[in-house]
Ligand binder design. Structure first.
Ligand code: DAH
Length: 356
């Protein structure tokens, strides 16, 4: 039995000496596994004379048990040490400063928030409408005649099947009729959102872009209220003293209608041949959108008494507003996902920065 005791002592010493799980795996092969001296001794019991087998079996069994127990204990100990070490090595210090670039609000989203905030501060509400819209709301309800060219212009995207008369809205104006049909009067709403046209994809056109629609209906509203509202918007966005200018135009759903220009907030109109301005291309004004007094036909289509109620409406491009207010030059940058774009234009830059 001496060799067995020696083998057991050697195994216990090796187990105690193993300082990591890899060492312990070697110890297992040498001292615990199927080819270890104790395992071989165990197998040799069968070769002993029968009267010695019992004593040998008990001694070897006891030695094996001690070795296995010591092995299991050391394995548990080393596993737990290894786990501790890994946790220590992989620990993340959440208080360290972040080296990654942080994201920014997309400039269009930032502009939508800014514009809506200005109206909400005046008590207006923000309304929503679907992008897949009924042709009736996008055109008929807005007093576009059945043969109005805008309807069939190749840039309107109709949805299949055509007999359902659904399209991707070409403007945010269908929200006007949606609100007139669902809200009580008086109402004051703005509605930002995506619009779709089968347009070119280039520096100044996107097939999907954004508009902000505005609609106010109350007793006695008219052109002067529209003008005051647009001036307030322009001054809140671009600075004190920045006014709007209305140029006569035609829209089927407003009468009279106008196009809105905003005073160039960089040169303030003081540009000229000797003092060129990049922002307004030396015009002194920047084209901004369309507007007008709501055509009574639109109100009547919503069942509203036009002897009592009147209103005004406006709509402007949001992407365009971001472009001229930040100096962003190419609309494709708005959608191509370059990580440097949003942090650069995701907030309005200082006017000095824009001018520089
Ligand atoms: N929907 C028009 C467009 O996309 C813009 C517009 C013009 C909106 C006049 C209005 C408005 O609300 O009154 O060109």
């Amino acid at each position: 039995m001496e060799p067995v005791e020696e083998a057991a002592s050697a195994a216990l010493a090796a187990i105690a000496a193993a300082s990591n799980l890899a060492d312990l795996a070697d110890v297992k092969a040498a001292h615990v596994g199927e080819k270890s001296p104790i395992a071989l001794a165990n197998r040799a019991i069968a070769d002993l004379p029968p009267d010695q087998r019992k004593a040998a079996g008990m001694a070897i069994g006891a030695a094996r048990a001690r070795v296995n127990e010591a092995f299991a204990a050391r394995e548990a100990e080393l596993s737990s040490l290894a786990l501790d070490e890994r946790l220590r090595a992989e620990a993340v210090d959440v208080t360290l400063p972040v080296a990654q670039p942080v994201g920014a609000i997309h400039p269009v989203t930032a502009m939508i928030h800014q514009m809506c905030d200005i109206f909400v501060a005046m008590g207006w509400e923000v309304a929503d409408g679907p992008e897949a819209e009924a042709e009736w709301l996008n055109f008929d309800a807005l007093n576009f005649t059945p043969d109005h060219p805008a309807r069939f212009l190749s840039d309107t995207l109709f949805l299949d099947p055509p007999e359902h008369h659904k399209l991707l809205r070409t403007q945010t104006s269908p929200v006007q009729m949606r609100t007139l049909l669902t809200r009580d009067l008086p109402l004051y709403i703005v509605s930002p959102g995506k619009v779709y046209r089968a347009d070119e994809y280039d520096a100044t056109h996107l097939p999907v872009f954004h508009q902000l629609e505005g609609l106010a209906v109350d007793k006695g509203l008219g052109m002067a209220d529209l003008r005051g509202t647009l001036d307030h918007l322009a001054q809140s966005l671009f600075g004190d003293g920045i006014e709007t200018r209305l140029r006569p135009h035609y829209f089927p759903f407003t009468e009279p209608s106008a196009e809105i220009d905003v005073r160039c907030f960089v040169c303030k109109g003081e540009c000229g041949p000797d003092k060129p301005c990049r922002t307004c291309k030396s015009e002194g004004w920047i084209e901004w959108g369309g507007c007008g007094v709501v055509n009574p036909r639109v109100l009547a289509a919503a069942g509203i008494d036009t002897d009592v109620w009147s209103g005004f409406a406006f709509g402007m491009g949001i992407d365009r507003t971001v472009m001229f207010s930040t100096g962003a030059r190419d609309l494709r940058d708005f959608v191509e996902g370059d990580m440097r774009f949003a942090p650069l234009f995701g907030r309005l830059l200082d006017l000095e920065e824009v001018a520089a």
